[in-house]
Design a protein around this ligand. Structure first.
Ligand code: GRF
Length: 224
């Protein structure tokens, strides 16, 4: 039996890289439909670079400081991704806005994880804002990247409870745990061609939703 080639995935990071690490961990399994072929960071001090290195994954720093303007910076990132022969790009804590031209080049092939249940709490400080708003359910979202920030079609979401007495730290830790479970399964759907972006929507095929492939809902899950 011939197995379909695994999709070549590059991860864009700016910092800690824990979501990147969760993708690397999932892809260690040879039956996972994607392999992580490279990690690109806009910051030389991103902790994730070290983690990727210990897994023998190619890393590259493309610092905005070395380029004249956002277009030139993004063009250099695109070049690095092309060198890695990436077919899919995962943004994992990449803290810079991408230019429309770059987003267009990766249309339908670039996804992001956001630490909130979109369309709520786009942008930064999502956990503090969730606490300030008083929502009782919070979570994370994996979505296709479109030119508007945190606005593309949703692929998968995970929900967690906001507990009385939560702080930004406890809440973000609970969400992060879910991010690490959610991102690999969203990438799997994309790599297998079971989700694609069409006319500004996420279109699913052969997704068994009774098994919860697009959603993790854990309001009762205890904090460990
Ligand atoms: C995560 O919360 C992710 O959702 C957001 O930035 C954070 C990155 O964390 N986009 P890490 O670098 O993956 O640990």
């Amino acid at each position: 039996m011939t197995r379909r080639a695994r999709k070549r995935v590059a991860v864009l990071i700016s910092g800690r890289g824990s979501n990147m690490a969760s993708l690397i961990a999932a892809a260690i399994n040879p039956s996972f439909p994607a392999e992580i072929v490279g990690v690109v960071s806009n910051r030389a001090d991103a902790r994730g670079l070290e983690i990727a290195g210990t897994h023998g994954i190619a890393t590259k720093v493309v610092s905005a400081r070395d380029y004249d303007g956002r277009e030139a910076h993004d063009a250099a990132i695109h070049e690095a991704l092309a060198e890695m022969k990436a077919e899919i790009v995962c943004l994992a804590g990449y803290m810079r806005l991408l230019t429309p031209d770059f987003v267009q080049k990766w249309k339908g092939r670039m996804i992001n994880i956001h630490p909130a249940l979109l369309p709520n709490f786009r942008g930064l400080d999502t956990h503090a804002r969730a606490l300030a708003t008083g929502v009782r359910i919070h979570g994370c979202t994996v979505h296709f990247v479109t030119p508007e920030m945190d606005d593309g079609p949703i692929i998968a979401q995970a929900a967690v409870p906001v507990l009385i007495g939560d702080t930004e730290e406890t809440l973000s830790a609970r969400v992060l745990k879910m991010e690490h479970r959610l991102y690999p399964r969203a990438l799997k759907l994309l790599a297998e061609g079971r989700v694609r972006m069409s006319n500004g929507a996420a279109v699913f095929t052969n997704v068994a939703d009774e098994s919860g492939e697009t959603a993790i809902v854990s309001p009762g899950e205890r904090q460990r």
